[in-house]
Design a protein around this ligand. Structure first.
Ligand code: FMN
Length: 396
């Protein structure tokens, strides 16, 4: 077997690629069109430089924070993803790892495990919803999440059903039953480790969305749920406000890229926003979120909590986001690679990598807490920052 521990997220990704059937790996890479946004999310972090100090470093450093009033041992949380067929325990494995590391679990309504199962292993769950189905169905889903103990709602509204990838989309079957398994045999047979993990549980991955199950009905298949979502007329700002009021607790609007939207989100009464381009899965060529963050944070950072997601693969990325005005970041693929590489321990491994890297940055920059990070800690190249939807013309 060799050593299951890995030292970087890049290594976790290499192991995930080796372990997973190509179609599952491809579903996690995701992205759209040319993949420019996915690449920029990562490249932009590398363009920012650090300004480390040589002496006077602090021996004790406080990395802890709160996100919408919920404690987090360091400023990273699990971003909701429709994790399908990566690991037999799926979101429960992720939520347990997050709990073991004092980290908040964002759970997708398109997840393969129920909010009840997930809340049973992590008491800090934020439940994520898209704008899909009737209002009655949305209220019922919110009530269910609240009853399960979810502490905040994440409304993700930046999806526009763009599809088509120059590198090809994976063919994902609706239901992976035995018959499909046989059909897929050539694709999964060279990934015996992945199959073995499901084999041990006596279950084969089931592509349903249990959190969207209507009372007394059956859980829809993933594709059935996707169809309902496509059929639902998109929400207005009044709808956002309606959702926030219905929820009645901490509310995070995920998917903001523009300053004018950030301001409207404040008007709609949200608790927090995440500057996000859906990890490069929405409209390709949307700029990297780390480029958009400073403008958004400057406009609304003193009124609501500003988070960021997209491209975070290292603790130093977390430090850079905090220095440019984020309170915390959400991670997507980083933990999916860890999950695929080594289950719960793999997700813990990823969180440890991020925590260690953040601590090194805080140490090297001479700070004693994450709250002290500021733009002065960075070299920011000219033309790095991008402001969309600012006053007057949209800059580039
Ligand atoms: C495979 C996959 C599935 C995703 N599913 C969801 C989802 O169900 N709900 C949601 O709000 N965001 C979803 N996202 C977006 C993530 O929450 C997050 O915004 C993104 O992954 C951050 O970029 P990163 O992967 O570079 O960290 C998904 C992303 C990926 C890669």
């Amino acid at each position: 077997m060799g050593n299951a521990w890995f030292e970087t997220v890049a290594e976790a990704q290499r192991r995930a690629k080796k372990r997973l059937p190509g179609m599952v790996y491809g579903a996690l890479v995701a992205g759209s069109e040319r993949g420019r946004t996915i690449d920029d999310n990562i490249d932009a972090f590398a363009q920012l430089g650090f300004a480390p100090k040589v002496a006077g470093h602090k021996n004790e450093r406080d990395l802890s924070t709160t996100i919408m009033g919920v404690e987090s041992s360091f400023p990273v949380m699990i971003s909701p993803t429709g994790v399908q067929a990566v690991d037999p325990e799926g979101e429960v494995a992720v939520a347990r790892a997050a709990a073991n590391r004092g980290v908040i679990m964002g759970l997708s309504s398109f997840a393969s495990r129920s909010v009840e199962d997930v809340a049973a292993v992590n008491q800090n769950v934020f439940y994520q919803m898209y704008w899909t189905g009737s209002r009655e169905a949305m209220v019922q889903r919110m009530e269910r999440a609240k009853d399960a103990g979810a502490k905040a709602l994440i409304a993700t509204l930046d999806w526009s059903f763009s599809n088509g990838r120059d590198w090809g989309s994976p063919q994902i079957p609706e239901k992976i039953d035995l018959k499909t398994m046989v059909k897929l045999a050539p694709k999964v047979i060279n990934r015996p480790g992945w199959l073995w993990r499901f084999g041990k549980t006596g279950k084969i991955p089931d592509l349903t969305a249990p959190n969207l199950q209507p009372p007394g009905g059956q859980a829809p298949t993933f594709f059935g749920a996707y169809y309902e979502w496509m059929q639902t007329p998109p929400p207005s700002w009044e709808d956002v406000e309606w959702m926030r009021k219905e929820w009645g607790g901490p509310f995070l609007l995920k998917g903001v890229t523009r300053v004018d939207d950030a301001k409207r989100a404040v008007d709609a009464g949200v608790t927090a926003i995440s500057v996000s381009n859906h990890g490069g899965n929405n409209l390709d060529t949307t700029p990297a979120t780390i480029r958009l963050l400073p403008g958004v944070a400057e406009a609304v950072g003193d009124q609501i909590e500003v988070l960021l997601d997209g491209g975070v693969r290292r603790g130093s990325d977390v430090a850079k986001a905090l220095a440019l005005g984020a309170r915390a970041v959400l991670i997507g693929r980083a933990y999916l690679w860890g999950l695929a590489a080594n289950g719960t321990a793999g997700v813990e491994n990823v969180l440890d990598i991020l925590r260690g890297g953040l601590d090194s940055a805080v140490l090297g920059l001479g700070h004693s807490s994450v709250g002290e990070l500021s733009p002065a800690d960075l070299h920011i190249p000219r033309d790095f920052k991008v402001t969309l939807g600012g006053s007057g013309l949209t800059e580039s």
